[in-house]
Each structure stands twice: as structure tokens, then as C-alpha cells.
Design a protein around this ligand. Structure first.
Ligand SMILES: [Zn+2]
Ligand SMILES: [Zn+2]
Length: 243
């Protein structure tokens, strides 16, 4: 009787087992964890999502009416437009926190699908030539094991049918977490901390992140991309915090 290589057999059987276990254990909603939700969110939880009602058409800052915000009126950012359809609160905050700190990668697909749903309804949406995820420093990737922006950018690139370049833009300087810092401090902290491997002259680039706070990070990256010849930079974030 031929000798069976058990390691090899396990390697080929593992994907089958994954499919089988998914069949046996139905997918529950990532938010309420009660209702059956094969796509990640149940109908009740999806209906409760905090979609932005009005925002600045340039930087997506939540506002009472969709007019240019004070900051953009005063000084336009380096990116051309930011699209961030959800408010960073409640269910959305919960999904992003689960993704980043509990390694629930399924949340990245759900967050990307919400962004895709919004884009499919946006008549003014101009499709970029390619997507670049906002990079994390190698040390941070080592700590977390993945880059949440890349995990959201993957299904987004697939849905838009455009390339995703995830090694082109990188973070060369390790910076302290931005949380709790002032706008000026964030800007100073990020200065020259990103770098590019090559040029993308004349292209419309889509920069993907999970959540946009003050926009300092994407603004610093857009400055670099524009200096290297990018024609247009659109920021895609799932959610936006206030000012
Ligand atoms: Zn639910
Ligand atoms: Zn603005």
C-alpha cells in the first residue's frame, strides 16, 4: 500500500474543511452576533449604520450642510477629494476596532462593501487609475500582523476592477500614534515620514484608509504623490471623525 504523506494530505484538505465548517456553522452578524448574516451584517444592524448626512465636499468633514468647511476655505488640502461615507461612531467604530485590535479580518470585507455601496450610488464618482493603501511602518505591521488599510483596499480594488499597488508607498519613519495629538502636532509628527518606490506620473491615485481623523496623514501622503507627478489624489476612507 502506498505511503500517505499526512502533512501533504492535511495541506490539501484544509480548504475543504474550512468550506465544510462554514456550512456547519452559519455566519452570524459581526455586530449583534445573534442574527444569521452570510454577508457579515444582518438587516437590522445594517439599518442602524451611521451614514454621513452632510459633509465638506473636499475633506468629508461632517457638517450641518454640504459646503466647504472652514479649513478647506482657508487652505485647500493636497488631495483633491476625500470620500468617507460613514461617521466614526457606534457600529462603524465597533467594526473598525474589531478589525484592528481583534484581528477580525471579516470586518474589512464588510467595511469595504459599505464603501462600495456608497460609490455605486455616487453619480459624481470618478474611478481612480489604481489604489494605494495608507501604509503602516514595518514595526507596526509586525505588531499587528496586517495593515487594515490594505485589507479594505483589496476588495475595493476588486470591485472597482483597478490595480492595487501595496508596496509602492511605504512608511520610512516610525511615528508615535496620532490619537490625542493636536492638528499641528500631527502634521509635524508625519513630516517626511512616507516614501515612494518609483513614480506614477499623470495618474489618478486612490488612497485607501480605514478611518480619516484630521486628514493629516492622507494630506502628507498626497503632498508626496503630487510632488512625484500624480495628476489627482482621491482619499477613500470608510469613516470620518468630526474635525
Ligand atoms: Zn446584527
Ligand atoms: Zn473641508
Amino acid at each position: 500500500m502506498p505511503k500517505v504523506n499526512l502533512k501533504l494530505l492535511a495541506f490539501f484538505m484544509f480548504p475543504c474543511w474550512q468550506k465544510f465548517s462554514q456550512f456547519l456553522l452559519p455566519n452570524y452578524c459581526l455586530l449583534c452576533q445573534v442574527n444569521f448574516a452570510p454577508d457579515g451584517l444582518c438587516e437590522a444592524c445594517e439599518a442602524e449604520l451611521p451614514w454621513q448626512q452632510a459633509c465638506c465636499p473636499i475633506c468629508a468633514e461632517p457638517l450641518e450642510v454640504s459646503l466647504l468647511c472652514g479649513r478647506c476655505l482657508n487652505h485647500l488640502p493636497n488631495f483633491d477629494q476625500a470620500i468617507a461615507p460613514l461617521c466614526y461612531e457606534g457600529a462603524v467604530k465597533q467594526l473598525i476596532t474589531q478589525l484592528k485590535f481583534s484581528e477580525k479580518l471579516a470586518c474589512a470585507n464588510v467595511l469595504a462593501s459599505l464603501l462600495i455601496k456608497h460609490l455605486s450610488q455616487d453619480k459624481q464618482f470618478i474611478k481612480p487609475d489604481l489604489l494605494l493603501p495608507v501604509p503602516l511602518h514595518a514595526k507596526r505591521i509586525q505588531e499587528r500582523g496586517f495593515n487594515q488599510a490594505l485589507e479594505i483596499a483589496k476588495p475595493l480594488a476588486k470591485a472597482l476592477n483597478i490595480p492595487l499597488k501595496h508596496h509602492f508607498l511605504y512608511k520610512k519613519i516610525f511615528t508615535l500614534p496620532q490619537v490625542g495629538q493636536s492638528f499641528a502636532a500631527r502634521k509635524k509628527n508625519l513630516k517626511n515620514s512616507f516614501a515612494l518606490r518609483g513614480k506614477l506620473v499623470g495618474q489618478h491615485l486612490g488612497l485607501v484608509d480605514d478611518v480619516m481623523t484630521t486628514g493629516s496623514t492622507v494630506n502628507e501622503i498626497a503632498k508626496l504623490l503630487k510632488a512625484q507627478g500624480a495628476a489627482r489624489v482621491t482619499v477613500f476612507a470608510v469613516a470620518r471623525t468630526g474635525g
